[in-house]
Design a binder for this molecule. Sequence first.
Ligand SMILES: *Cc1c(COP(=O)(O)O)cnc(C)c1O
Length: 366
Amino acid sequence: MGHAAANLEARAWIEVDLGALEANWLFLQAQAKGEVIPVLKAEAYGHGALPLARFLFSRGARRVAVATVGEGRALRRGGVEGEVLLLGSLHPLEAEEALRWDLVPSLSTLEGARALAERARALGLTPRAHLKVDTGMNRVGFPWEEAREALRAVEAMGVRVEGVYTHLATAGEEAAFVEVQRGRFQRVREALGEGYFYHLENSHGLLLHGGENVRVGLALYGLIPGFGLKPILRLLARPTLVKRLKAGDRVGYGGEYLAQGGEWLLTLPVGYADGLPRGAVRFVKGPGGRLCPVAGRISMDQTTVLAPGPVPLEAVFEVASPDFGPTGLLAWAEARGTIPYEVAVHLSRRLPRVYRYGEEVRDVLD
Ligand SMILES: *Cc1c(COP(=O)(O)O)cnc(C)c1O
């Protein structure tokens, strides 16, 4: 992480608004009856995990969750000391790394538990874990009917089970099955008893059904409309070329845009390698918030747009805006026929990221 000023001179970058993150965080904490675990996997859905982990721990997070040992290691190397939960199912081959970096894995298999216990003994460390229980998704987790036996077996190996959780398959899609899964998890809880940290809902689960201890990703990034949450990310770019087209000029690969003549065209130095989904980014916002249509195909590193008039190369265009309008990530996802998670995680690491809290630049990732 370097320092701020250089990046503000960049030709293309991502800005993350930590004030907006804080507002979402406070809102979600008010919704949940218990603990909110920020889910920071996949670089915090493209927003950058390390600066967000630092900020959320400073705002009272008790732990954060990531998906892989590598993601956990990156947080540790960045100086994060708080608890880091690994989601998914620990592979036996990863047990040693998880222990060395003091990451708390999720167990779905006895093989994983055994490897964790054995490696911990060899290293002289305490094996800690959360037990993942499958209540109907059939992806990872011990079958809910066998949770008690699984817990006994894992504890008998010497693993300290601190938490127990399950994951909803249909939150935001099918309320009846959410209730089926919640009912099963409640029975697990009764069978295992108190003394464990039980956590259940994801973003849609919490927002639509309420929850006690929850793991939240998408809502924290504000990418769910209708609840007062606000997206926290903007993708900004300055033009590298501004020109006027003549009648009959064609633009970009395939010559797809055909000029009438007299249009102002400008080239922004971001393309599908930066995470702009081809065919799905239709507009960018120009100075003054004016919508500028994309003209022709998006290339790997560049995108051509029509501007209402000539602009200097210093002008800043909002390629992705923190709202639910035609230049927001949700519009990209919709036009692409996919979910906002997918477009967010594809925002490229090659774009520098600037983290602002009000006017103050708190962090820069480049
Ligand atoms: C990704 C993930 C979450 C967060 O889901 P959102 O829909 O982004 O809130 C919660 N729990 C688990 C197990 C996950 O893998």
